[in-house]
Design a protein around this ligand. Structure first.
Ligand SMILES: NC(=O)c1ccc[n+]([C@@H]2O[C@H](COP(=O)([O-])OP(=O)(O)OC[C@H]3O[C@@H](n4cnc5c(N)ncnc54)[C@H](O)[C@@H]3O)[C@@H](O)[C@H]2O)c1
Length: 271
């Protein structure tokens, strides 16, 4: 039976191992009939298990540092050869913060780390879209999705410089969505995902507590990696062909919830 992505061709950035959101998105895209090229950095390909995903589905795996224009150009050229033409969708699931990994408090951020966070986690989307526009690499009506988190718009203790990167990422998605939409009908959207146990998602020291807290506060519970994949696939499909420049929350309702009866009980005596 045909899936909703049958005949569509995509590039997936950011699958490191089987916990990665991008891994789940890739598997869901394949199940819906898409053809794919996988990409990650050389180091991630060596250290992670993305090569196993590529081998299991006979997919091309092309090394690319998403902060380097020449790598992106080479990736797009090779991907078009593998896929047999322009591609229809791109997943940006790329992030890293050395300030977070080294547990540096936000107000004492290392500035070279900070710049690296912004370059890897936000500017890389600008570079990918800018190269795609210059090469006219994405087909008319194509769809680009980048993954973000709610700390882009609300204070979140400990999310550090990644909060700034996510705010920038979401702004880039809106601006490029306007430009690419008019130019080629290409959509650019953000999926803002619940906390999910992955390598990048596990950098914060209090993360185990936060999974439980977010799950507790969300009316539908935390969205898992498969839920995230479902939203991405819907956005890649023609079912959402007039949706662009949006942030779609795959978070079980967390971001719209302030107070629950349980929290009232917990805090009645404390505040
Ligand atoms: N896990 C969560 O809780 C959560 C929640 C919301 C949003 N997100 C976002 O989802 C995306 C994917 O993260 P994840 O949680 O699956 O973790 P992950 O660690 O599996 O994925 C992050 C990926 O970024 C890649 N990367 C780092 N530097 C790169 C570079 N220079 N060029 C190309 N790729 C590079 C890594 O190799 C890795 O594959 C990130 O943008 C993350 O911020 C994660």
């Amino acid at each position: 039976m045909a899936g909703i992505l049958t005949g569509k061709r995509g590039i997936i950035f950011g699958a490191l191992d089987e916990r990665s959101l991008a891994w789940h998105v890739a598997e869901r895209c394949l199940a819906e009939g898409a053809s794919l090229v996988l990409t990650n950095t050389d180091a991630a390909i060596q250290l992670g298990t993305v090569a196993d995903l590529a081998a299991a589905h006979n997919l091309p795996l092309i090394a690319c540092d998403a902060t380097k224009i020449e790598d992106i150009q080479a990736l797009f050229t090779r991907a078009q050869t593998h896929l047999g033409g322009k591609f229809d969708f791109v997943l940006h699931a790329v992030a890293q913060s050395m300030n977070l990994r080294r547990h540096k408090p936000y107000e004492q951020a290392g500035y070279s780390y900070y710049q690296q966070t912004l370059d890897i986690s936000a500017l890389s989307l600008h570079k990918i879209l800018s190269v795609a526009m210059q090469m006219d690499a994405i087909a008319e009506g194509g769809s680009v999705v980048a993954l973000s988190y709610l700390a882009s718009e609300r204070y979140f203790y400990g999310y550090n410089d990644m909060a700034d990167a996510k705010a920038m990422l979401e702004s880039i998605a809106r601006q490029m969505g306007a430009l690419y939409g008019r130019k080629r009908g290409v959509r650019v959207n953000i999926v803002s995902q619940s906390p999910t146990p992955t390598k990048a998602g596990g950098s914060w020291p209090e993360i185990e507590f936060f999974y439980r807290y977010a799950d507790h506060l969300s009316p539908l519970g935390n969205a898992d990696a498969d839920d995230c994949a479902g939203v991405c696939v819907a956005l890649f499909s023609d079912l959402m062909k007039r949706v662009t420049m949006q942030t779609i929350y795959s978070d079980g309702g967390f971001g719209r919830t302030i107070l629950t009866p349980e929290l009232v009980d917990d805090y009645r005596e404390k505040v």
